[in-house]
Write a protein that binds this ligand. Sequence first.
Ligand SMILES: [Zn+2]
Length: 485
Amino acid sequence: MRFIWKILNSPLLVILFLWPVILDLSGCETNPATGEDEFLLLSSEDQRQLGAMADAQVLSEFGVYEDPAIQAWVEEIGRKVLAHSNDNRFDYTFRVLDSEVINAFALPGGYIYVTRGLLAYLQNDAQLAMVLGHEIGHVAANHSAKQYTNSIFANIGLAIGGALFEDVRPFLGAAQTGLQLLFLSYTRANETQSDTLGVKYATLAGYEAAEGAEFFVTLQRLQEQAGVAIPTWTSTHPDPVDREEKIIQKAEEWKIALGGGLGGVNPEIYLPRINNIVFGQNPRNGFVQNGTFYHPDLQFQFPVPSEWQVGNFATRVQMISPQEDAVTIFTTAPGSSPAAADAFRSGEGIQTLEQTSRTINGFPAIRLRTNVQGQGGGTLVVLSYFIEKDQNVYVFHGYSDPSRFGSYFNTFEDVFTNFSALTNPSILSVQPFRLDVFQTIQSGIFNSLVLPNASAGMDVQSLAILNQKEIDQHVGQGTYLKQVD
Ligand SMILES: [Zn+2]
């Protein structure tokens, strides 16, 4: 494979691989959600393959949240809800991602994701069942497959046009928008249909689906509160107020159809389970402070050039120049630094200009300069360092096109040669904030029962939203409440 794919690890790789498959295997299939036959560009097998590849991409971007009990329990509720979907085409995979962003999404082939950020803002099993039901609905009704197909064709057009290989800028574009391919934006009709399916599946699974509406109120409140980033999942979704009313109405209809009776809500089961989950960014996974990137778990640091954008992903740190014409990628490789450099140099289309051994702040390293040939004839100039520290090889690549490489050379050198051991004890011992779920000892007004946490950015209003309560609401004795420690 070409160097650029290795470096960017882009979904476009997936797309180019699948291009012939997509053309060959289109056809008619029955939609499990509607029971109607429809023409789809992706067969179930295509969806399964595409989903598996895109899932690997999601994992390399976010990583799973490492709490087996929470993973197992989300899957358990997911499977209860899934059992009522009629979608037997896929095995389905449920994952909790290690991200503070409040999000849930689905990929073709039955891949369902919720973030730990979302779990913190839910209040009970019924809300979780509704969110999972909604995402299952997107897969079962083939929304994911249809949207994914559209994104793929848009991007294949771009690749075939050759523009991708003419300049660094389009590479950067691919790197930056890569993930957006995974966050499919659906039509409003799709969203409404998924809400309806989510209500149906959750109700049949024994949950109070109207609770789903409460969560949309929370999203609305978060949106109104300045400074809280709401991802695609909510911004492209229908108007929350409208949505809330429809969900309550559909839930009522389903309850009547099933002969009445209240479904399960289970805050007393849900809330203790999310006690202690990581809240907000986890600094153990790396963070930027005063122009330096620190990684407390792996105990290293390196400088961040002024005004460069930093993306900290599960398997790499990517930095992009303000003019978006130069990139550094920081990642890890197996083996020794000479072996890692050799493996890189042996890639197709790579011409070695210079290779030297160095010592970087006490660590043995290989410095490598290469030219990398793009498919369309364009060339990138790349400066790489392969640095051995604690049985790991840390790899830096800095690249730009030949006309601009010279102006970035010193910046690349400065970042890479200032890679060093992190020894500052206060940074080494930094800990994430965590959710503290407790039961009230006495009844009272909400704001008298919780402790704000200024350093976590949680004032009383933020805590009220987190708890789906009002600041001045009366709260009974023994109620589960959340705060942030
Ligand atoms: Zn949706």
